[in-house]
Design a protein around this ligand. Structure first.
Ligand SMILES: [Zn+2]
Ligand SMILES: [Zn+2]
Length: 385
């Protein structure tokens, strides 16, 4: 593929003055800026081309070499007078196709790390995501809640409308990287790319930084946010509030706010997904005779439960739909009651007397014990051979 003429790239005639070159470059760079051309896949290549052309034509010596020898002035670092600069900054005019091929690889590699836009050279960096830990009670998780939280965050600076420049002046293209946000260093065959030290990868510098924000385009502030926590949240539920994170650098898009929910332990109810478990102690007499008991529900009410006569410890009973609401709709879970038969303590002598009398009258009242000791006896008999 033959390289386009640098003057053509900028829409100029050969012999254009330094002023004309500068003007043409600004106009083109603005038009082709990747932030404005998200939908135009060719803009990025053209933007690179324009930067490369300007990189050469703005420099008196290199321009003279180009005027005389054309592109061959810079090829392979061997061309005519004034050729390839060591450590080729930015534009890449001094590097052959080998380096360009590498740069594409680097673009892909770095794209994800540098925050924001495709190719990793979004000048206006996206703000960070924020995490806010929210502890709620089980009752709040059951009912859902609305709450105002205070988030320490950074917001767009009002004095400069987020541009970072005093009086709202436009930031200018970084001279070190020609707006690419990255610089390249060639070592032998390899080209290493790294974030531009002058502009920290933003591709733009500010001559007169805003005094309020120091040029960041954002200021620290506590922000009050009202949030809605839906019924059914669990520990680990994340609620995303798009665009409520930190403001971006120099007018970049804001990050998101993530609310991480933690549901506190409850004294009465244990939660297992949408179901609730509740251990209910019952007296020995109630367990033996049967009877009604009242149990609490998470909704704050009470439910009557009939204990069948002869209930053992550990018996499970289900109260349908008395559990937690499902987070994404679809009704409620169940509540399970587990009976814990309580052996009476602190007996009076009269009670002891009654229990002894009861025991002497007991015959077939403890089938589980009877069957257990029968098994034990045959176990021992078998051991004797
Ligand atoms: Zn730079
Ligand atoms: Zn400011």
């Amino acid at each position: 593929m033959s390289k386009r003429d640098y003057y053509d790239v900028l829409g100029l005639n050969k012999g254009a003055s330094a002023d004309e070159i500068k003007k043409a470059y600004r106009k083109k760079a603005k038009e082709l800026h990747p932030d404005r051309n998200a939908d135009n896949p060719d803009a990025e290549t053209q933007f690179k081309e324009v930067n490369e052309a300007y990189d050469v034509l703005k420099d008196g010596d290199r321009k003279a070499a180009y005027d005389r020898f054309g592109h061959s002035a810079f090829e392979g670092g061997m061309g005519g007078g004034g050729g390839g600069r060591p450590g080729g900054m930015g534009g890449g005019a001094g590097q052959g196709d080998f380096a360009s091929a590498f740069s594409d690889v680097f673009d892909d590699l770095f794209g994800d790390f540098m925050g924001g836009g495709r190719g990793g050279r979004s000048r206006a960096a996206r703000g960070s995501d924020l995490r806010y830990n929210l502890r709620v009670t089980l009752e709040e998780a059951y009912n859902g809640l609305s709450k105002t939280i205070t988030v320490p965050t950074s917001v767009q600076c009002g004095a400069c409308s987020g541009s970072g420049a005093e009086g709202g002046a436009e930031p200018t293209t970084c001279p070190t990287c020609s707006g690419m946000g990255k610089v390249r260093a060639t070592q032998g065959f390899f080209t290493v790319e790294r974030t531009c030290p002058t502009c920290s990868g933003l591709g733009q510098i500010i001559k007169n930084p805003c005094t309020t924000c120091g040029g960041n385009g954002r200021v620290q502030k506590e922000r009050a946010l009202s949030i809605n926590v839906p019924p059914g949240v669990e520990t680990g539920t994340r609620i995303r509030l798009a665009g409520e994170g930190e403001a971006g650098m120099r007018g970049g898009p804001p990050g998101d706010l993530y609310i991480f929910v933690e549901v506190e332990r409850h004294d009465i109810f244990d939660r297992e997904g949408v179901n609730l478990q509740c251990r209910v102690p019952v007296s020995m007499a109630t367990a033996a005779l049967g009877g009604d008991i009242e149990v609490p529900t998470i909704a704050g009410g009470r439910s009557r439960v009939s204990i069948p006569a002869g209930s053992q410890s550990g018996r499970q009973m289900r109260l349908r739909s008395k559990g937690m609401p499902a987070l994404r709709g679809g009704g409620h879970g169940d509540m399970f009651i587990e009976l814990a038969v309580e052996t009476p303590v602190n007996l009076t002598s009269r009670q002891k007397e009654l229990l002894k009398e009861f025991d002497s009258l007991s015959e077939d009242n403890n089938p589980e014990s009877k069957s257990f000791f029968k098994s034990v006896k045959s176990f021992w008999d078998a051991m004797k051979g």
